[in-house]
Ligand binder design. Sequence first.
Ligand code: NAD
Length: 500
Amino acid sequence: MTELPNSREQWETMAAELTINGRAFINGEYTDAASGDTFECRSPIDNRVLAQVVSCDQADVDQAVANARATFEAGCWSRMAPAARKQVMIKLAGLLLEHKEELALLETLDMGKPISDSLSVDIPAAARSLSWSGEAIDKVYDEIAPTPENEIGMITREPIGVVGAIVPWNFPLLMACWKLGPALATGNSVVLKPSEKSPLTAIRIAELAIEAGLPKGVLNVLPGFGHTAGKALALHNDVDTLVFTGSTRTAKQLMVYAGESNMKRIWLEAGGKSPNIVFADAPDLRAAASAAAGAICFNQGEVCTAGSRLLVEENIHDEFVAMVIEELQQWKPGHPLDPATNVGAIVDQQQLQTVLNYIEAGKQDGALLQTGGTQTLSETGGYYVQPTVFTGVSNKMRIAQEEIFGSVLSVITFNGEEEAVSIANDTDYGLAAAVWSQDIGKAHRVAKRLRAGSVWVNHYDGGDMTAPFGGYKQSGNGRDKSLHAFDKYTELKATWISLG
Ligand code: NAD
């Protein structure tokens, strides 16, 4: 077995030797766009050009959807026995792990996250999503209705057909695999549209899927610049279901497209502004402070569940904020290919500017900047921001209401349970929340009243493939992960049989 690269130099060498493929994948083959258009894929680490990537449009979407439909109708995958589909899924998961250094490197170069995170979080979790869904699919049973003696009522699940999947850039391969796992396991054909900011790993796994035994045409990958390819997919009359992870703004637009076209089913995982509520009776304030720092710094704060609103009980405010700032010393932007780095580059200049604009808005609205607040490492040509903390934040301020998608923490004080719940729920979003208290009754009461799809007690960001993940309110609908995810990719059929 070859050893893992364990220094920045070794990763740089591997990066220099990497062959990067930027082509679309339709019907089992890499191809250019019908228009011949491409766009530059640049690394946010230092702004270097990584590849020319194919820019798909309507014609390519039409082609990919037609192939996906033909493959679905042919039944080579959709009617394959679940136990046989399982084997392919598990093999594909294994191939992801076999190629984990290459995939991790592509992910880090493409979107700037620390290589140690790509390697230990993104790629293993993506593989796990595929293997978990594959493992589950030959263990789920259909139902028989409680009928009179002379009838049988069967309730069966069927694959829905052609699935369009549009995914974001913050966990490119992982978000793709949260969709691909249940979509493929249930027998659908998929057209996947990765973000223009991070298309490389999606392009690469299309090839690995063929190697794993997935029939041609079942998985198609269409990179594209701007909205063109995603819009064409969302408006397509032969796409049965559209699954999406991304911003709330785009999610709303996709609902319009579904209504304007064939009323395709539409499932949305969107933004968040998650409250992390620390009561004075938290079991371990130091652990809570460490988690609060991690909750805003992990993945440069580019996380839908980032703990971006830190609600602190008034009587521990000063002590606790001091601890959080101390803990932030552990989180420093650095070169993403250095295995010691835990805060990487912001995905691109536009997102960097968004984060800096919000920092400015926080100052203008009267919040108190306690640490950070500036760009750093600009001499690299890449995009880095110091983790930032504002205190004195009112929940009405823009930095408390709008998703920043960067390491900008808004600290808000409260007094008692009622006020904590009221501030926590005073948001358009409802993706996640955390509560820290050693009073089990209080923790349960607050957890129950929080309007969020995931609630963590005395830690932050728990969960695995066994638990559903998704949002209340404008954080979306439906759930990724767990057996509940299969609901998005299947139709329920009632077959009623008269026994005469
Ligand atoms: P985005 O909405 O800008 O883009 C997401 C995807 O949609 C990309 O592939 C993009 O090309 C495509 N797209 C954009 N506009 C489109 C349009 N008009 N028609 C069709 N496709 C379009 O989001 P982003 O900036 O890539 O990702 C960050 C967002 O994702 C954040 O809001 C974050 O909270 C959210 N997110 C949510 C979850 C979750 O599970 N709830 C997980 C990760 C990220």
